[in-house]
Every structure is written in C-alpha cells, then in structure tokens.
Write a protein that binds this ligand. Sequence first.
Ligand SMILES: [Zn+2]
Length: 599
Amino acid sequence: MGELGEWLRTAREGRSLSLEQAAEQTRIPLSYLKALEEEDFSPFSSSLHVRGFLRTYAGSLGLDPEAAMELYAGVTTSLRRKRAASRGKASTPAAGAPPRSPAEAEEQGGRSSTLVPDLMLALAVLLLLALAGLAVYHFRLRPQVAAVPTEGPAPTPSPTPLPVFEGTDYTIDVQLDYAGHKLAVQERIDYTNVTSQTLSDLMLNVHPNHIRNAFKLTRLRVEVDGKQETAEVSQVGVTCRVQLPRELKPSERVTLYLDFQLSLPQISPSAEFSDAGFGYSKRSVSLGNWYPVVAPYRKDKGWYGLTYFPVGDPFVTEVADYRVTITATEGVVLAGTGKETRSGSVWSYEVDQARSFAFAASDRWQVTSRQVGDVTVQAYTFPGNEPAGEAVLQTAAQSLELFGELYGPYPYAEYRVAETEFAGGMEYTGLTFLGAAFYDQYDGTSRSGLIPLTAHEAAHQWFYGLVGSDQVTEPWLDEALAEYSGYLYYERMLPDDTLWWWSYAVDQWAPTGKIDYLIYEFRDNRGYSDAVYRRGAEFVRDLRQVMSDPAFFGFLKEYQRRHAYRLATSREFFSLAREFTTADLVPLQEEYFRQRVLP
Ligand SMILES: [Zn+2]
C-alpha cells in the first residue's frame, strides 16, 4: 500500500468505519473501496472512473478531494515510470500478454473520449459531405486486405468478474390503453451523481418527443434533501434539461417524479429503425425507447443530449435498474424486459443493470417457450405464423447458447422475442422485436431471412446490451459484431449454408467503402446497412483472419468481460485487439476506416 491508500485507510479507521460501513455510506461498491485503499486500479473501467470514486470516497472521509487527485496523479506517474523502465523498447504487447487495465491504458494513451465528435462536428461533417456529393458512396474498392494470420497462443483472460458500475433506478407505473394506443405513466428516477463533477442540472433524453403530440409531460417534481418541488424544465428536440434546486455534488442523490402521457403513432409495416420500435399497428403496440431516460454524462463534454434521426438507432444509454408495473386490458399479452410476474392484467417486470427497458403488447399473440440452461426463452407469435415462431424460438435459444460460449454468459434469466409489425429487427435488453414481414416470408428452411435476423438480434444482447457503445457516432461497433455473429451462427449450426449467408447478407448488395460513419451522414437505410452491417461483417471477417481464431475469440471474450455494463469505444476495441495479436492491424484500418483509430 502506498501513500494514497494509507491516507484513505487511516482516515477511515480514524472514523471507526469498516470498509463495509464506508461502502454503505458512500454507495460505492465495497470492492472498489478496497481497490482504492490498495492502490489497485485494475478493476476500474477508466481513470475517470477511479477519480470519480476517489473524490467521493475522500470527501466522505472528510479529506480534501483535490489532495486525493494529486496523490492519485503521483501514483499513476510513478506507475508509468516503472512500466516504461520494465518494458524497455517493447511497446507492443505480445500475443496473449495479460491485458492492462483500461485505467492504465487511458493514463498512457491519453483520453479515449476525444474520438467521439459532438453534434457540432457531426453537422460540420454533414455539410462537408453535402459538398462532396456522392463521392464517398461511389468510391469503389473491393476489400483486398493481405491476411497474414499470426499463430498466437490462446490468451487467458482473468476469470474475475468486474464489479458493476452503480446506475440509476427507474420505477415506472403504466396504465396501458391498448385499444386507444395511449399510456398514462408515472416515472420515478433515482439518480446518483456518479460523475466527478458538481451538477446544476440533469439531462433526460425523451425519444418520443420527436413525434408531434406523442409525449405530454404533465408534472415533473424534484426531490433533494427530502424536499419536493416543481422543477424548471427546458425541452429542445428530444432533450429535456431539468434544473436542480441546488447543486448536486459527486455521489449525492436526487429523485425526479414525472407524470406523462404517450399517444402512440402508427407504425408502417415497411418501417425500419427508430420509426419501427415505438407505436401501434393492427396487431400489436411497441414500446421501445419510450420513457425519459437520463442522458449519458461525458467527461469534458457534459450531458450527452441526443438528436432524432430516421436512419440507424439514435439512442445511447447507460445501464440502469428497472421496476416497471404495467396495467393492461383483459386479453392483452405483454412481453417486456426482465423477470415477469403477473396478477390478472397487471404485469410487473424487474431487471438490474439493463441498457434499456422495452415492452410490446398484443391481443392475439401465442406464446411458446424453451429453456436454455438457466435462461427461459419465449417467442410471441401472431396466429398463422406458428412454424416461423418455432424457428425463431429454436434459433434464439441456440444463439444464446452459442454466443454465451463465445462471448461469456448471458446475464439475465429471460430472453423474449416478439413479432411486431415492421420490416426489421430491434434490440433491447432481454427483448427483441422482429418484423412480421420476415415471419410472413419464412419458407421453412434455414435459407430464409428470419433465421440470420434472429441470430443477429440475439447477438445484440452482448454487443449493445452488455457492452454498449455510441450508436450515433460509432454505429459499426455493435452492428458489425452482431452481423458477423449471425455468420458465426451459420458456421456452427448450419455449416452447409455459410455460402448462402454471405450471399444473402453481404455479397448480393456489393457493398463498398468505409464503415466508420456517424448515423447523421447516411442518406438512407441502404447506405447505412451497406456500411455498418455488410462492410462491417467483412471487416470482422478480415480481423478474425488476421488475428487467427484463438486470439480473435479470446479478444472478443475479454472485450465483453472488460467492458461489461459500460459504453465502449472503437479506440478501446482496437487497443484491446492489439493486446491479443502481434499482427499489423493498420492495413485493416486503412481498408475499412476513414479515420485511423490507433497509430
Ligand atoms: Zn443490429
């Protein structure tokens, strides 16, 4: 233990506090406090993460948080010196080298958030693109990446699960008027300031607000220090800024009480992406990204307010705990996120550390289920589509099993797949909506679009759900991996159909160009799909070939373990890949990326 750890421990013991009591008091998980006192920063996801908790912990012990920051800076500087001395000239870790902690990597490699452009930059890029016309899309070049596989030993990631970052609690009570396509909602948000900043306001992203008259806020009260008062609110686009009655210091808590009504828009059977997950159709209602959700908070940039966009998924959320009760009408079946209990027409859901809570309802679904280990998989299917529903159930169950083996265990006890009326698939934690169009076209064989779609959406439970990413500025990061996972499903389960998969999912579209676009840069779904799914799948295929299988799969498993319940970045993706291979990844970056991610 060094000076910093000693300083913290002495102050805690001076207050006669056990680590357990300190954890209770600060609401910082015990393992993190212990790590801070031991000056072991490996469990933390970033140095921001370390500093946030360190500041809070020091403050709670009556110590000066600034002095804590100085001591921490001293520790990381001496760590860097020691590492530089022991590393000598070897600056690239060997294949299979034990991964460094991202907190250290960040200290060494600078800030990881600088790659993420803000909205202004996005708009500037849009303008540039308008000037450049279609040049980018007409840049025709087939992938010709020289694949030189490296024979790396299979890396051995540490089996210790990382502690979970403490998130926001949502308690939501819904009265669903199924026939009227309306909802009356009471939402309680218990927010703990997990940033290292003092906050004067809270930002909510209210996605339904992009549709005229869909969202009506009737009351918003804020409670701090046991006092409730009406909050001052300013809404711009889908963002809603809530002024706090007083400043909120790190680790302090605030509770918001919102009353609102939703009036659902109609979903077109040909809708895709953000227009497809929220609304009603003849046979069902879909509630995806439907409630005010606390915006992610970014170091140096503050709240991450989002902007609606019709292409891609303009949603970025942190994980949170949800308790949701939905009162529906008799005869309506619900499918939601998490553990379900039902009493008559009152449906309750509970889930911890979920990236989103979604649900759908229908007055005609048939429900089938299957057990995969500890996970119950349920399929909700319209009458007449039973064979397709059975194929979905089987594909979903096998996908969870396969991806659990490849990427790490599925963290929830339920997974539901609901047929709703649109033309694609939409992922939420523990729940997927699949478009009826795919069920209708199901021909009873594995060479039918429903099968790869089901596998793709199941893979999102890992690439989106467990490991989140910025779906606005780096949509390739979850989509390329989910899409290639669809191929991996075929490779393992349907090896005779792998060529069909490539032809169906990629080659028939002859996609070209780069994959690292912001969603705002796409003119339509075709351009988006070509880049992030199809070229994305080709990129992951080439990455696998360059790394060789043991390193590639070891890397993906460690990517899941290390970034679980966080928002990962493409820089973190590549920097971790480099810990698992000595192969040169630069040609791959040049082939598929406009911007070099790593030097
Ligand atoms: Zn997807």
